[in-house]
Design a protein around this ligand. Structure first.
Ligand code: SF4
Ligand code: MG
Length: 252
């Protein structure tokens, strides 16, 4: 029988622990497919966050390191600088990257570290219990904002891609969403480019992916995608925020 699809070699043959309708499984698969296609499995090192993807090292079939909450860009910097032949990426949620690790991501981006960042934005703290994240929408309920986020006392959602794209050190930033087969393929293309940039020595690349967390949004698993399209994308528009990939190839 002809094989039309098989699990990427960069994923282990184990079950994910994620909730029904969660976006992490899809994103894991896209990253693994890209690593297989680029033929870099033997030299890839991932850095796992604290958050729902804390067990990423169990799912990927290549080297992994575990960072303290929010510190993945600092750990990725250390690995990449000491072993420049490796391909290093951090995999981080919005609680991890945009709150606890704000300093790490801003400074790694500003230094133009030649690393790849996969930023999974589901507008809420997942694993720790549905607390308000910096990316939580105005009016969105969270366990620490039971009446909904009020910008008067809680500020407005932080738009990380827009913020980081203003920094000189950044080479490439794109925001995607895993809502439809077409958008999922666009997300994969962006992930591939972010890894290719690192291989080319082009510098800091980040792909933000709007991802489903039906459990903490209080919606049915089947309605997670609708929430992204109707609510998240209004505040976090999809698109390329910066792209100097060609100009910076070879470390220019
Ligand atoms: Fe996914 Fe949300 Fe469940 Fe975490 S809490 S596994 S992000 S659906
Ligand atoms: Mg989150």
């Amino acid at each position: 029988m002809k094989t039309v699809y098989e699990k990427p070699k960069s994923l282990n043959d184990v079950h994910f622990h994620y909730c029904p309708g969660c976006g992490h499984g899809v994103i894991h698969k896209l990253v693994a497919e890209v690593i297989d296609e680029l033929g870099i499995q033997h030299k890839t090192v991932g850095v796992a966050p604290v958050g729902c993807a804390v067990f990423a090292y169990n799912y990927y079939n290549f080297d992994f390191s575990q960072a303290a909450h929010g510190r993945a860009p600092a750990v990725a910097t250390g690995i990449k600088r000491s072993k420049p032949e490796t391909v290093v990426f951090s995999y981080q949620g919005d609680g991890d990257l945009a709150a606890i690790g704000t300093a790490e991501i801003i400074h790694a981006a500003n230094r133009g570290e030649n690393i790849t960042v996969i930023f999974v934005n589901n507008a809420i703290y997942g694993m720790t219990g549905g607390q308000m994240a910096p990316t939580t929408l105005v009016g969105q309920k969270a366990t620490t904002a039971p009446y909904g986020r009020d910008p008067k006392t809680m500020g407005h959602p932080i738009k990380v891609s827009e913020l980081l794209s203003n920094l000189e050190g950044v080479t490439y930033i794109e925001r995607t969403a895993i809502t439809t087969p077409g958008e999922i393929m666009k997300a994969k293309k962006a992930i591939k480019k972010a890894f290719q940039n690192q291989i080319d020595g082009a510098g800091f690349s980040m792909v933000e992916i709007l991802s489903q967390c039906p459990t903490n949004w209080g919606v049915k698993p089947v309605d997670g995608t609708k929430f992204i399209k109707e609510k998240l994308q209004e505040v976090f528009p999809l698109g390329v925020y910066k792209d100097l990939s060609e100009e910076r190839k070879g470390g220019k």
